[in-house]
Design a protein around this ligand. Structure first.
Ligand SMILES: [Zn+2]
Length: 310
């Protein structure tokens, strides 16, 4: 079965979703999940699609160790989908102590699966001194970047300046939860983003202030207006965009390529493994573009500090 723009999500993605969520072996599709949108049952189809997707080594730039997504499960999901390594974080913590405890849980995951799990250090810029100390501690412990920095402070706020400068010094990327407040049209999704959430415009501002930084805007598919995100981020040529999130609208990745260029897109799942892979397979990319998005672009960022995968 030839892989086309739609059928990965129509068959392989859904079959895999059923397999991974139910914990069943990937060797046999369940009858309920292996049909495609047109209703044609193709028992071998999804296996071929998976083989096609698994041809590409992948680095996941945005993932989490979370309740219901522990290191064992991350390892298993990555194995099924050919994801070589996943960069994981636990965003949150109301005190410096709580934040350190969350980062320690990531370090534990890195130690459990050193070939699979890369650490993202979470900090809150409002704890000025502790945040810088925590970055240094996490880098010492082998973490490869900052992430997923959240919505306590906008990335354009001067509180972020010393954080960005410390990342430049360590030559590590930083990934931050990006939102769009325009066009929140999805049912049940209201424009209730906290006031300090970072908009694409905030990424443009910080990117232009620190063009040498490796700043990643999190999840184009996180909900909201991804068209707006693409249109605005084109004005920040040094800012990267990760492809994760549960939204996989037709044309989303294609528009990101058109506006940002393929070199600025980083494959990621944010725990949406099948749609994460499916949306890249689905997009109208050349073979070499897919390799860039799935692996090379992020690996080139990791290379700056010697944290790349050979
Ligand atoms: Zn997020």
């Amino acid at each position: 079965m030839k892989l086309n723009r739609r059928n990965f999500l129509g068959t392989g993605g859904l079959a895999l979703l059923g397999a991974s969520l139910s914990g069943v072996s990937c060797s046999e599709p369940s009858g309920a999940s292996a049909g495609n949108a047109a209703g044609t049952f193709q028992p071998e189809g999804w296996k071929k699609l998976l083989q096609e997707a698994n041809k590409y080594p992948k680095l996941d730039a945005h993932n989490h160790i979370w309740e219901g997504s522990n290191a064992d499960q991350i390892n298993e999901s990555c194995e099924l989908l050919g994801i070589t390594r996943a960069a994981c974080s636990i965003p949150g913590g109301k005190t410096p102590e709580a934040i350190r405890a969350n980062n320690d849980a990531i370090i534990k995951g890195m130690k459990a699966y050193p070939q699979r799990i890369m650490g993202q250090c979470y900090i809150d810029p409002r704890f000025k001194k502790e945040a810088l100390e925590e970055i240094d501690r996490c880098v010492d412990q082998g973490m490869v970047m900052l992430g997923e920095l959240y919505d306590s402070v906008r990335i354009s706020d001067p509180l972020y300046y010393p954080i960005v400068e410390r990342c430049i010094k360590h030559r590590i990327p930083m990934m931050l939860h990006g939102v769009t407040t325009l066009g929140n049209w999805r049912p049940g999704y209201l424009p209730t983003n906290p006031p300090n959430s970072s908009l694409p415009d905030d990424f443009v501002e910080i990117g232009n202030r620190y063009p040498e930084a490796m700043i990643i805007c999190g999840h184009i598919g996180g909900g909201g207006n991804w068209e707006y995100m693409c249109r605005v981020l084109q004005h920040a040529p040094s800012v990267f965009l990760d492809t994760s999130g549960s939204v996989s609208d037709e044309g989303m990745i294609d528009m990101a390529v058109q506006y940002l260029g393929v070199d600025r897109l980083l494959f990621a799942t944010d725990m949406n493994y099948e749609t994460g892979v499916g949306k890249i397979m689905w997009a109208n990319l050349t073979e070499s573009d897919r390799k860039k998005v799935f692996f090379e672009n992020f690996n080139n960022l990791l290379r700056k500090a010697g944290n790349h995968v050979n």
